[in-house]
Ligand binder design. Structure first.
Ligand SMILES: *Cc1c(COP(=O)(O)O)cnc(C)c1O
Length: 415
C-alpha cells in the first residue's frame, strides 16, 4: 500500500524492528486504508490496474501476478517476523522450494539434510535432477559439510530444523560458517517452528522458507509458501522468478494467511505448551519406547534448541515410538478423540498420523528406518486446545492401542 496520501488523518503506524513479535505480527504490513480508513485491508481481487497514460499506472500496481496489495502486505509482515529485509509469497511451500532451486544454474550442486520434507526430497531427486542440479543428502550435515562441498559446484545448503518426523535439530550457525567460507548460500526450512520460535537468519542462514500452509496461516484452510532474506541480489533473482514462473498465491489467500499470521505468537506459544505437556506424559508412559521432542531435556540436540529457539521452546510438533509395532501405532491414531487422523500440521486443531504409511510412505523402508522413521512411529501436531484434554486423550488412546483389540474401521469415536 502506498503511504503517499492520507486523506483521513491516520496516525503513523509503521512498526519498526524495535517492536516485539506480537506487535509486529498485528501491525507489520497492516496500514489503515489511506482512502477509507478501514483498519482491515480490503481484498483486492482486481487482476489489472488502470493506467493514466501508457506505462503510467495510477498507483504502484499493474498486473496481479507481478504484485498486488494483499501479497505486498503479507510479504511485509513475514519479512518483519523473520527479521528479514524482504519476503516473497508463493502458491505453496513446494512452489517456494521450486523457485529457489530454479534460481540455480544447470550443473549446480546442493547439499541437503537427509530427512527433509517428503515433497522437498521428491523435488530434489525427480525435478531438480532433470534440469541438471544434483543434490547430495547427509544424515549428519554439521560433521560432513566440509567433505560434501564440491569446489565451484556447490551453491546451496538445504537445512530443515527440526526435521520431519524425527525432530532432530541442526546447528545453523555451524553449517553457515563453513558454507560462507566457500561462498555457498544456506536455506533453512523453518516450517516446523514458525518465526515465533526460531529466526534462522539470526543464526547465519541466507534464506528462510516456510510452508505458510502450516503455522503461519495456522487454520488449515490456505495452501501457501514464503521465502525471506536480506540480500537485494537474492531479492532481484527470486522476485524475477516469482513473476516469471507465476506460482503466486491469490489475493484472497494472502488476506487469509495475513489474518492468520496476526495471532501466530499466541498459537505457537500455546501449541508449544501443549506439546510439552503431551511429550512429558508420553515419556512417563510404559507404552512408549521413546519420544522425539526438542523441548525435552532428553532430546539429543537439546543444547541446540536452547541456543536457536525462543526461550528453548520445543514447538508444537513431536513424534514417539509406541510399543506394539505398526498395529499399535495404527490403533492409537484411531483411538484418539481430539487428535484427528490426518496429514499436515500447524493448525489450531491437533492432528495425528503414522509417517511410515502416510507422509513418508514414498521413501524406501531401509532408507526410512535409517532416518529413524520406524513403523511404530507416531507423529503429533499439537493444536491450541487445552493441554489437560490433549494429555488425557493421548493417555486413553495409548491404553486402547497397546492392550485393546483392533478397532474396526468406520467408527473412530470422533464427532
Ligand atoms: C508442508 C511442508 C512443505 C511443503 O509445503 P506445501 O505448502 O504443502 O507445498 C515443505 N516443508 C515442510 C517442512 C512442510 O511441512
Amino acid at each position: 500500500m502506498t503511504h503517499a496520501h492520507h486523506p483521513i488523518d491516520t496516525p503513523p503506524r509503521a512498526p519498526s524492528p524495535v517492536h516485539r513479535f506480537g506487535t509486529l505480527a498485528v501491525h507489520a504490513g497492516s496500514p489503515h486504508d489511506p482512502v477509507t480508513g478501514a483498519v482491515i485491508e480490503a481484498i483486492s481481487l482486481s487482476t489489472t490496474f488502470a493506467q493514466t497514460a501508457v506505462g503510467q499506472p495510477v498507483g504502484q500496481y499493474e498486473y496481479t501476478r507481478s504484485a498486488n496489495p494483499n501479497r505486498d502486505n503479507f510479504e511485509k509482515a513475514v519479512a518483519a517476523l523473520e527479521h528479514a529485509r524482504f519476503a516473497l509469497a508463493f502458491s505453496s511451500g513446494s512452489a517456494t522450494t521450486a523457485n529457489i532451486l530454479q534460481s540455480l544454474a544447470a550443473g549446480s550442486h546442493v547439499v541437503s539434510v537427509s530427512d527433509v520434507y517428503g515433497g522437498t526430497h521428491r523435488y530434489f531427486t525427480k525435478v531438480a535432477a532433470a534440469h541438471g542440479v544434483q543434490v547430495t543428502f547427509s544424515p549428519s550435515i554439521e560433521l560432513d559439510i566440509r567433505e560434501l562441498i564440491r569446489p565451484d559446484e556447490t551453491k546451496l545448503i538445504w537445512i530443515e530444523s527440526p526435521s520431519n518426523p524425527t525432530l532432530s535439530l541442526v546447528d545453523i550457525r555451524a553449517v553457515a560458517t563453513v558454507a560462507h567460507q566457500h561462498g555457498i548460500l544456506v536455506v533453512v526450512d523453518n516450517t516446523f517452528l514458525s518465526p515465533y520460535v526460531q529466526n534462522p537468519l539470526d543464526h547465519g542462514a541466507d534464506i528462510v522458507v516456510h510452508s505458510v500452509t502450516k503455522y503461519i496461516n495456522g487454520h488449515s484452510d490456505v495452501l501457501m509458501g514464503a521465502a525471506a532474506f536480506n540480500s537485494p541480489a537474492i531479492h532481484d533473482r527470486l522476485s524475477f522468478l516469482q513473476n516469471a514462473i507465476g506460482a503466486v498465491p491469490s489475493a484472497f489467500d494472502c488476506w487469509l494467511a495475513h489474518r492468520g499470521l496476526k495471532t501466530l505468537h499466541l498459537r505457537a506459544r500455546e501449541a508449544s505448551t501443549n506439546a510439552t505437556a503431551v511429550a512429558r506424559a508420553l515419556e512417563a508412559s510404559p507404552h512408549v519406547v521413546s519420544v522425539n521432542y526438542p523441548g525435552l531435556n532428553s532430546h539429543p540436540h537439546r543444547a541446540i534448541a536452547l541456543k536457536q529457539h525462543r526461550n528453548g521452546m520445543g514447538g508444537g510438533m513431536l513424534s514417539f515410538r509406541i510399543r506394539g509395532g505398526q498395529a499399535a501405532a495404527e490403533r492409537f491414531c484411531q483411538a484418539t478423540q481430539i487428535f484427528t487422523l490426518a496429514e499436515s500440521l500447524g493448525g489450531v486443531e491437533s492432528l495425528v498420523e503414522v509417517p511410515s504409511s502416510m507422509t513418508h510412505a514414498g521413501i524406501p523402508q531401509e532408507q526410512r528406518e535409517a532416518a529413524g522413521v520406524f513403523e511404530d512411529l507416531v507423529r503429533l501436531s499439537c493444536g491450541i486446545e487445552d493441554a489437560e484434554d490433549l494429555r488425557a486423550d493421548v493417555l486413553q488412546a495409548l491404553e486402547k492401542a497397546v492392550v485393546g483389540p483392533k478397532i474396526t474401521n468406520g467408527w473412530n469415536g470422533r464427532a
